[in-house]
Design a protein around this ligand. Structure first.
Ligand SMILES: Cc1ncc(COP(=O)(O)O)c(C=O)c1O
Length: 377
């Protein structure tokens, strides 16, 4: 894996922490923020949950709520198994290690992908074959590997691209029984295009990963789940027991309450933020101050395209030092060589904060598409 270093984001955050005197404009997180108070306000007996281990599979009431959420979204989950995990990333880690220990060696991944997920797959012993989004379908149509699994994120982080059910069926058709598809659905409450997002599909070769972090604005709960074929999920449960024992009951109960409460207000906030960012980008485009398509079909961020060849780490550093703006960039993603860099703008933050982010970002974007580009040359 080579030497582990701090991510580009952590290096930015170290700079922020070193300068507490500055009023930073924080645009880092793509976790949407509930308008008003977070809906988890009820009373709970923490002591009751603190004093015991839960079932490694997860609390039956939470599992029912997870399955009900899928049914409410028109998805078929009859006969599926569920394993509750410590969030989506932990679910991905469980599945990657399970796949590797089942003899699988190669994971085909749609690029760009979050660097931490790339590292997770590599550290599970999988060899990652990255394929750019543009050539992905062609690649899969011609790929003859029988010993590979596929990781897809839909809606995609950061591009927001959404896979629908027909595309997934095409992707899976003709593939061997031992082929596996790992779908990362942690943004699946946020789909804005015409096409419905692929949810869980009753195909025993699919693992569907989801969590409370983005769709319910609650990453601190560290609760997520994997839905899949019952026998495959049983093997994940065994692994979950020896790796983690179980997710804490208190957090599972809070997750259950939140699923029951629903997330309409959170989705509305992201919809409003998306409208605001699209207006901003259209204005810059109309003035000839920016180029390219803004990707916002799904997810909780806009992927703002930057000119090819631009040094995005240098730009991020200038955003920090000159505009006091902290944003995630393509430096935090694994991508195919030569891919265009981008900045990630959160859609679900407080509207005033979003205004500040866009105002601070605008001069930097304008200068990138003007004469004074920050190139590597
Ligand atoms: C694509 C993707 N998958 C998974 C996760 C993990 O989310 P969590 O572990 O908080 O559920 C994230 C978080 O940023 C993500 O962007």
């Amino acid at each position: 894996m080579g030497g582990l270093t701090l991510s580009a984001l952590q290096r930015q955050l170290a700079h922020v922490r070193a300068h507490p005197e500055i009023r930073w404009i924080d645009g880092i997180e793509n976790v949407p923020v509930w308008p008003g108070r977070h809906p988890l306000t009820g009373r709970l007996s923490a002591a009751r949950y603190a004093a015991r281990y839960e079932d490694p599979r997860g609390e039956p009431l939470l599992i029912d709520a997870v399955l009900q959420r899928e049914r409410d979204r028109g998805k078929s989950v009859e006969g599926s198994g569920v394993c509750i995990t410590h969030g989506g990333l932990a679910g991905l880690g469980l599945v990657f290690r399970h796949l590797r220990s089942s003899g699988l060696r190669t994971l085909i991944c749609q690029m760009p992908m979050l660097s931490s997920i790339h590292l997770l797959a590599v550290s599970a012993g999988l060899s990652v074959r990255g394929v750019g989004s543009d050539e992905f379908l062609d690649y899969m149509a011609n790929d003859a590997s029988r010993d590979a699994a596929l990781y897809l994120c839909s809606p995609h982080n950061p591009t927001g691209a959404v896979w629908d059910e027909a595309e997934i069926k095409t992707l899976m058709s003709g593939r061997a029984d031992n082929f596996r598809l790992v779908v990362d659905g942690v943004y699946d409450s946020f789909v804005f295009g015409e096409r419905p997002c692929f949810g869980y599909l009753e195909d025993p070769r699919i693992f569907y990963i989801d969590s409370m972090s983005k769709s319910y604005g609650s990453p601190g709960l560290r609760v997520g789940w994997v839905v899949g074929a019952p026998d495959e999920v049983d093997r994940l449960v065994v692994r979950n027991e020896f790796e983690n024992i179980a997710v804490g009951g208190l957090n599972q109960e809070l997750a259950r309450r939140l699923l029951e409460h629903g997330n309409v207000a959170l989705i509305d906030r992201v919809v409003d933020g998306r409208r605001q960012v699209i207006r901003w980008w259209s204005r810059l485009n109309a003035a000839g101050a920016a180029e390219g398509q803004l990707s916002v079909d799904g997810g909780t961020q806009a992927c703002v395209p930057l000119p090819v060849g631009l040094d995005v780490e240098l730009l991020s550093h200038r955003l920090l030092t000159d505009f006091h703006l902290v944003l995630v960039s393509s430096a935090n993603y694994h991508n195919v060589p030569g891919a265009a860099p981008f900045l990630r703008v959160p859609l679900g933050c407080d509207p005033q904060r979003l205004c500040q982010i866009l105002e601070a970002l605008e001069p930097a974007i304008v200068s990138q598409y003007g004469d004074s580009r920050l190139t590597l040359m």
